[in-house]
Design a protein around this ligand. Structure first.
Ligand code: NBG
Length: 793
């Protein structure tokens, strides 16, 4: 099946035991799970080197265009299992470990998640890397090697508490440190005309990770930058006794790559964040230019050889920085430098939420990056002169640099991440710029890699698929459509149901063991997992849970469909409202889970520390996928795609990629509710819409009443009064306005689930319609429409 699986078990055993002995210095009889994991990782990595070198050689020989994906976030998750699956080594390793009496799953789960991202944007970047390797697209990812990834979430008394994450506390077997690949990153100082005299510098040092594609034929590189001091440790100062001061430059530099910013959407406005963004951008561009100049000497060819994708505005300093490097370091004039830069850059927007549109004060920008501020002003002057646009479309306005405008003006292509989002980009935030630069905006609907999100995480369903339609779906997800031909086959429908049940049993056991809440695998598993945000409306889901609980209590012997409500997600540490919602869900869950009246008819679980590995556990076990954001607010969603691929049915609004998912799977196989984006926009403008909506919804009134009475927190009945107040007076994300429609859709869900065979049919249609949700499809789109890059397969 794959190029790798000619490796015999014996050969693999030898590799692993040699690493155990010679790399880890451990005798088999004393080896821990950690030792085995490292030995297995090194062995798999060894095998990966050849395709990695081959890819580099072919890329070099082809002299074609290379793609550079610049992102402040790569939410990779665990690496070993993914590498084994893609290289076809899983069985071999399993056999070897079985022979040693070691559990493969223990070894896999010993690996910490590489959590160098917050949510969708970072996970998308990781899926894209895998698809670019699968498609043999010559590409590099550039990011930051944060010592501490996204915080670890714990609950104390139901409240989120953040703990530092420390994945680099132990050796990272997948990285290659490149002390020779380093660049000086300058900051601050003063300008002398256009010549910049920085007063601070750090080194960016490269750490490379191979990213292997499906069947192990190609591996691209993810190059992460770590910050190191340019000034040596001051030995004289140290010897004189001032130990702290002696280490100061080192500490200062290291802070730069110390932590991932935990904000999901809002920028902290901190100088450190701006420095991090510049650190990534400058290091990447210096590296790109070095590589280009080692092969070519005419810089005007750069746009023919280099396509740079800016993942959101975080690396938008790429515009001014590339101009600076071309002018100040390589001696080009302004015109040439700017044209070349524009020819290389493209920008992806990931949200329309106004608070997420990145701005920096001109004061801070001028202070940290004076030369860039000067270049930005010149870009802005030309942009305004060429387009005759008003001040409201300028890059610098009200003493702020608008990074979205900067990225837009400096890019060849600007894209949204779903059909609806792209349309709204044209009509709303970027309508002015779209008028000035028509045809610059285009759409590339997101996708997810089916290797990690189906093949790896859902073995049971993968087996059913392969038994039914063959293995072709693994590299060409469109082949899932072949399932339609088997819809009338009861055995296939049963097999799909049985696979789901197998995953649900596994999750039930996990929940009993880790959360102390055993679950009934025959109950419907209803899942909402994503960052905590008001617009995603976790609140609406927990309100529905309360309504359900009251209804069951009122008539416990009615024909209820048992449900397990599953929540997961982190709130930004400073996002007070989102943290209140977490506590509220946990409070509600505590009461419901201990209520003998509702018993197994309703359970609520909220496993702490939702991350990539948790998603891999939860999604395959989901019957129902909650995609219930206020229409017009979710740019795309990618979790929604993972659920569909795994045969969960969606209850959702016409938002983000839900729109396309519904088209693909068929409207009759999707539980739609709520206002459209246009209706939601109109409603939000109506005075007192919250109050009006609540007064016309008896269920809303009942729920708010129960909360006011303090039923979920008798020790402190007033705890959620302000939450209820917000509902009556603000409700900016229209929970009340959509609530009755949501309840009605939930009743349709209950009815459908009551007939398991019917439900399995709907699940089959969802899986069959998931072909377009592969990130392979997305990457092909970027290659053809944006990058002009060719596959070297
Ligand atoms: C997120 C959107 C999601 C989208 C991902 C990936 C940010 C800023 N945006 O809807 O909220 O799926 O990006 O495009 O993280």
């Amino acid at each position: 099946m794959t190029v790798m699986n000619d490796l015999s078990d014996d050969a693999m055993r030898l590799r692993i035991t040699q690493h155990l002995t010679y790399t880890l210095g451990k005798d088999k009889s004393h080896a821990s799970v950690y030792d085995w994991r490292m030995a297995v990782s090194y062995s798999v990595r060894d095998i990966l080197i050849e395709p990695w070198f081959n890819a580099a050689r072919k890329t070099y020989e082809a002299q074609g265009k290379r793609v550079y994906y610049l992102s402040m976030e790569f939410l990779i998750g665990r690496i070993l299992e993914d590498a084994m699956v893609n290289m076809g080594l899983l069985e071999t390793v399993q056999n070897v470990l079985d022979g040693e009496g070691i559990s493969l799953s223990d070894v896999i789960e010993d690996e910490p998640d590489a959590a160098l991202g917050n949510g969708g944007l970072g996970r998308l970047a990781a899926c894209f890397l895998e698809s670019m390797s699968t498609l043999a697209c010559p590409a590099y990812g550039y990011g930051i090697r944060y010592e501490h990834g996204l915080f670890r979430q714990k609950f104390e008394g139901g409240r989120q508490v953040e703990h530092p994450e420390d994945w680099l506390n132990q050796p990272h077997p997948w990285e290659f440190e490149r002390p020779e690949a380093r660049y000086i990153i300058p900051f601050k100082g003063h300008l002398d005309g256009t010549s910049w005299h920085p007063s601070e510098t750090v080194y960016a040092r490269a750490y490379d990770m191979p990213v292997v594609g499906w069947q192990g034929k190609w591996a691209n590189t993810l190059r992460l930058w770590g910050a190191h001091p340019t000034e040596l440790f001051d030995l004289e100062q140290f010897n004189s006794g001032d130990h702290t001061a002696a280490a100061a430059p080192e500490a200062l530099a290291r802070t730069l790559s110390r932590v991932l910013y935990p904000e999901d959407r809002t920028d902290s406005g901190k100088e450190l964040r701006l420095k991090q963004e510049f650190f990534l951008t400058s290091a990447a561009l210096q590296d790109i230019l070095r590589r280009f100049l080692s092969e070519y000497d005419d810089l005007s060819l750069l746009p023919n050889k280099v396509a740079i994708q800016l993942n959101d505005t975080h690396p938008a300093l790429a515009g001014p920085e590339l101009i600076r490097l071309l002018m100040d370091v390589h001696g080009l004039d302004w015109r040439a430098a700017k044209d070349i830069t524009q020819g290389c850059l493209n920008y992806t927007n990931h949200t329309l939420l106004p608070e997420a549109l990145e701005v920096w004060s001109t004061w801070l920008m001028g202070n940290v990056l004076p030369r860039h501020m000067q270049i930005i002003e010149r870009i802005d002057a030309e942009h305004q002169a060429a387009t005759l646009c008003g001040a409201d479309l300028a890059i610098v306005r009200h003493d702020q640099v608008h990074m979205g405008t900067l990225a837009f003006v400096m890019a060849t292509h600007v894209n949204g991440v779903s059909g609806l989002h792209t349309q709204l980009m044209r009509e709303t935030v970027f309508s002015g710029l779209n008028g000035l630069y028509p045809d610059r905006i285009l759409n590339q609907t997101n996708g997810v890699t089916p290797r990690r999100w189906l093949r790896l995480s859902n073995r049971a369903l993968s087996r059913v698929l392969t038994d039914t339609i063959g293995t072709g779906w693994e590299r060409d997800l469109d082949q899932l459509a072949n399932l339609h031909a088997h819809e009338a086959n009861r055995d296939v429908r049963d097999a799909i149901g049985a696979a789901k049940r197998e995953n649900k049993v596994a999750l039930s056991n996990w929940s009993a063991h880790h959360l102390g809440v055993p679950l009934d695998p025959d109950a419907m598993f209803d899942v909402q997992i994503k960052r905590m945000h008001e617009y995603k409306r976790q609140l609406m889901n927990i309100f529905e849970t309360i309504a359900r609980w009251s209804a069951i209590r009122a008539d416990p012997n009615a024909n209820w469909t048992p449900r397990v409500k599953i929540f997961g997600g982190k709130a930004a540490p400073g996002y007070v409202f989102a943290k209140d919602v977490i506590r509220f869900i946990n409070d509600v869950g505590h009461v419901i889970n201990n209520d003998p009246v509702t018993g197994d008819l309703l359970k609520v679980i909220y496993p702490a520390n939702y991350n990539v590995s948790m998603a891999q556990r939860l999604i395959p076990a989901a019957d129902l996928s909650e995609q219930i954001s206020t229409a017009g607010k979710e740019a795309s969603g990618t979790g929604n795609m993972k659920f569909t691929m795994n045969g969960a049915l969606t209850i959702g609004t016409l938002d983000g990629a839900n729109v396309e998912i519904r088209e693909q799977v068929g409207a009759e196989n999707f539980f739609l509710f709520g206002m459209t984006a246009g209706q939601a926009q109109d409603r939000a403008r109506i005075k007192d819409h919250a109050r009006t909506a609540i007064l016309s919804s008896q269920p809303m009134q009942d729920i708010l009443q129960i909360i006011v009475e303090g039923r979920f927190n008798p020790d402190e009945p007033a705890r959620y009064h302000s939450l209820v107040d917000t509902m009556w007076h603000h409700d900016p994300f229209l929970v009340a306005s959509d609530f009755d429609s949501y309840l009605a859709a939930q009743s349709r869900v209950d009815a459908a689930y009551g007939n398991q065979d019917h439900w399995n049919t709907l699940a089959l249609r969802n899986i069959a319609g998931a072909g377009q949700l592969s990130s392979d499809r997305t990457i092909k789109g970027y290659m053809a429409d944006i990058w002009g890059a060719k596959s070297l397969a």
